[in-house]
Design a protein around this ligand. Structure first.
Ligand code: NAP
Length: 251
């Protein structure tokens, strides 16, 4: 379905990003995996290649604009274009109530979760505009519109990402470029291990078995990259609903 599409996925060293890279590659896309952990990226690249896919990786801290721009450049150098950007890299640590939070660590979450997404948009959208085509999937969360104790950094940054999705859609939606958010619900990744360890708020009380596997949001991301999802541009698409899961082919 995504035959010969060139895709860059941030935060592809584990969790949802890893699953998305595997899924996009399985659907025929040529993928560039970006994150900070080179060894983990190499491992995912090897598994994609073992499955007959095309993949490479680049070390990238999304909080640094130059590193994100370099990852976009690498995608174009390897595959001649950038059709898909998945702005997935994100973190929630350290979880803390505002009165206990560390201002530097709080700001670091802004640098990664919010500025990281802006960096991806800033680097990729001019190229997609020039191509007259492209899709950006910003990984969102219920936290974009809901408030949770101990998650002020996470909720505020995910709300900011939803706003970026809407603003980018306003600026690029008429130019053949689609920007869409994807809200997965709770997913069984390392992030949920940190959340459980925090013991703060009702999400930390969920069991690992309550969460969906990362392969589900990966399928949603792949579907959002197809024309079938065009009507959801500028919004957060959710797979928490029966309807969302049906559209993506999850049930
Ligand atoms: P995860 O397993 O902790 O993976 C996070 C990924 O982000 C890793 O690949 C990590 O790679 C990367 N990352 C973190 N900081 C980075 C940085 N500065 N630069 C580049 N990459 C960085 O978490 P996940 O659950 O897969 O989360 C992926 C996305 O889904 C996040 O945006 C998260 O907010 C969102 N989400 C998750 C859930 C959930 O329940 N799990 C629910 C809703 C939304 P390195 O450490 O190698 O850099």
């Amino acid at each position: 379905m995504l035959e010969n599409k060139a895709a860059l996925i941030t935060g592809a060293s584990r969790g949802i990003g890893e699953a998305a890279a595997m899924e996009l590659a399985a659907q025929g896309a040529n993928v560039v995996l970006a994150a900070r952990s080179k060894n983990s990226l190499d491992d995912v690249v090897s598994r994609i290649q073992d499955n007959g896919g095309t993949a490479c990786c680049v070390e990238c801290d999304v909080s640094e604009y130059d590193e994100v721009a370099n990852a976009v450049t690498e995608c174009v150098a390897q595959y001649g274009k950038i059709d898909i950007l998945v702005n997935n890299a994100g973190l929630i640590d350290p979880i803390a109530r505002i009165e206990d939070s560390d201002p530097i660590q709080w700001a670091n979450v802004v640098d990664v979760n919010l500025k990281g997404v802006y960096h991806g948009l800033r680097a990729a959208l001019p190229l997609m505009k020039e191509q007259g085509s492209g899709v950006v999937v910003n990984i969102s969360s219920g936290a974009a519109t809901g408030a949770l104790e101990g998650w002020s950094h996470y909720c505020a940054t995910k709300a900011g990402v939803l706003s970026l999705t809407k603003c980018a859609h306003k600026e690029f939606g008429d130019l053949g470029v689609r920007i869409v958010g994807m809200s997965p619900g709770t997913v069984a990744t390392d992030m949920q291990v940190s959340i459980k360890a925090s013991g703060i708020n009702p999400v930390s009380q969920l069991e690992h078995s309550d969460h969906i596997p990362p392969e589900w949001p990966a399928k949603a991301i792949a579907w959002l990259c197809t024309e079938a999802a065009a009507e959801y541009s500028g919004t957060d698409f959710s797979i928490k609903t029966e309807e969302g899961r049906r559209l993506v082919g999850l049930n």
